[in-house]
Design a protein around this ligand. Structure first.
Ligand code: SDX
Length: 445
């Protein structure tokens, strides 16, 4: 198949595909940033062929104005604003407003938005009963998938996705209640009573308070840890069309209610190749244990016959340093200093592993750099969270991105149900064989 660009009409760029001698012009669409796209909307209708891209490595699934990533340059923009500037200077709800509505809020707009979120941080009291249905040692991500999905059983007045006011209400409720639901999952797992949200605390401090306060004494949130939590939430808020965001969009394209869509996103994020990598990265660092054992693991990571991967390394899009990882590393040092773990042996292993990997030809050639998950695990552990809560924190932050992307999709007039096709390589049609005539099937290897 040869692709040659030619002009069709006044300046409309197209690419030409030739199949069995027939030529087809594909419109080329240009974005404001990033690669052009070949519009293949009518490709099957015109050519009778599908395109094939199982990992979506070359496929744009939608048009979006929310987040831009340049993987080669290590650039991440939320509505055009660089992630490092937002992480250093913005608050999480300010970033949430930006992702949801497209512009940085004025002071009055942020105050109104913050008040709306604050007023919805409590959950229906009956929801507390869901937790007792889980084993104490249930993974909190399993609890999150269940409880978030169950929100649609409580908030019937905000599940009609055709009604913009209900979409807005569901969005506010999701963003407001995620920290509360997550903190309840943590408290339940350690046998402590649930702590209600406090309206005088900001989003990040409120979450830390709900996780670590106990009824028997005053809990003062450490401002350095609250600043770290805010930064971690901002870094994880959105990331273009990653696996969990694509899951939310696909679930939403069927008209499913927003709570069910976010629950689907949480389930997808749980995977160790995606949001579960922060938990897996810390577990890997703990398994390595000492700097002396690093070469053994680097060797395993390079061995094609060994399924071991360096967790927290590599990325589908970033072929340069993940800009979030740099900020995470800085935050990691600040938190370890604040909690007196400056000489944490795990950090030493992480820094040495990064140094060795970044100078190793295998990682250089495959452009494998630390991603956001490499330092987040050490930081979250130092903040006091157990390893199985790391992906839950990722889900709290990413709920803002999921909601922003879901709203953008629902409001898109060209939106249709997502329904990919396939390359079928199974059996051709054959007649039913009665049991009496069946031989034991020859198992194909
Ligand atoms: C997140 O998409 C997003 O934006 C995700 C995310 C977000 O904010 O939403 O950024 C969050 O999920 C970050 C990624 C977290 N995952 C991990 O850290 C898990 C470890 N990384 C890998 O599993 C892998 O790098 C992926 C899943 C992240 C990317 O997989 P790809 O793009 O499918 O790349 P690949 O697996 O085909 O790897 C390409 C090559 C392979 O070698 P070859 O088959 O070409 O010889 O690089 C090798 C891989 O073997 N490789 C690694 C490696 N990652 C890739 N080798 C050793 N260690 C690794 N970590």
């Amino acid at each position: 198949m040869s692709v040659a660009e030619n002009l069709r009409g006044p300046g409309a760029p197209t690419a030409t595909v030739t199949i069995d001698g027939a030529r087809y012009d594909l419109p080329i669409r240009k974005g404001t940033l990033g690669p052009d796209v070949l519009d293949i909307n009518s490709f099957y209708q015109e050519t009778g062929c599908f395109t094939y891209d199982p990992g979506y490595t070359s496929t744009a699934s939608c048009e979006s104005k929310i987040t831009f990533i340049d993987g080669d340059k290590g650039i991440l923009l939320y509505r055009g604003y660089p992630i490092d500037q937002l992480a250093e200077q913005g608050s999480f709800l300010e970033t949430a407003y930006l992702l949801l509505y497209g512009e940085l809020p004025t002071a009055a707009q942020l105050a109104e938005f913050t008040d709306r979120i604050t007023r919805h941080t409590m959950v229906h009291e009956q929801m507390t009963r869901f937790y007792t249905g889980f084993r104490r040692d249930a993974h909190p991500m399993a609890v999150m998938v269940g409880v978030v999905g169950a929100l649609s059983a409580f908030y019937h007045d905000s599940i009609d996705i055709k009604d913009p006011s209900q979409r807005e209400m569901a969005s506010v409720r999701m963003i407001a209640k995620m920290p509360t639901i997550a903190a309840m999952a943590y408290k339940y797992s350690i046998g402590q009573p649930f702590v209600y949200p406090r309206n005088e605390l900001d989003y990040s401090a409120n979450f830390l308070h709900m996780c670590f306060a106990v009824p028997s004494e005053e809990y003062k949130v450490n401002p350095i840890l609250a600043r770290a939590m805010r930064r971690i939430f901002i870094l994880h808020a959105d990331h273009e069309q990653n696996a969990s965001t694509s899951t939310v969009r696909l679930a939403g394209s069927s008209g499913a209610n927003p709570f069910a869509c976010i629950s689907a996103g949480i389930a997808c994020l749980w995977g160790p190749a995606h949001g579960g990598a922060n938990e897996a990265a810390l577990t890997m660092l703990q398994e390595i244990g000492t700097v002396e054992r690093i070469p053994e693991f680097i060797k395993r990571a390079k061995d094609k016959d060994d399924s071991f991967r360096l967790m927290g390394f590599g990325h589908r899009v970033y072929k340069n340093y993940d800009p979030r990882a740099k900020i995470m590393q800085k935050t990691c040092h600040e938190v370890l200093e604040a909690v007196g773990l400056r000489n944490d042996p795990i950090l030493k292993v992480a820094l040495e592993l990064e140094r060795i990997a970044l100078s190793d030809d295998y990682f250089i050639q495959k452009k494998l750099y630390p991603n956001i998950d490499f330092y987040s695990g050490i930081t979250l552990k130092a903040l006091g969270f157990p390893t199985d809560m790391f992906t839950v924190l990722f889900a709290i932050a990413r709920t803002v991105g999921w909601i922003a992307q879901w709203k953008e999709m629902i409001a898109d007039p060209s939106q249709r149900i997502g329904r990919p096709r396939q390359l079928y390589t199974g059996a051709t049609e054959r007649a039913y064989v009665p049991m009496s005539q069946r031989e034991a099937p020859q198992r194909s290897s």
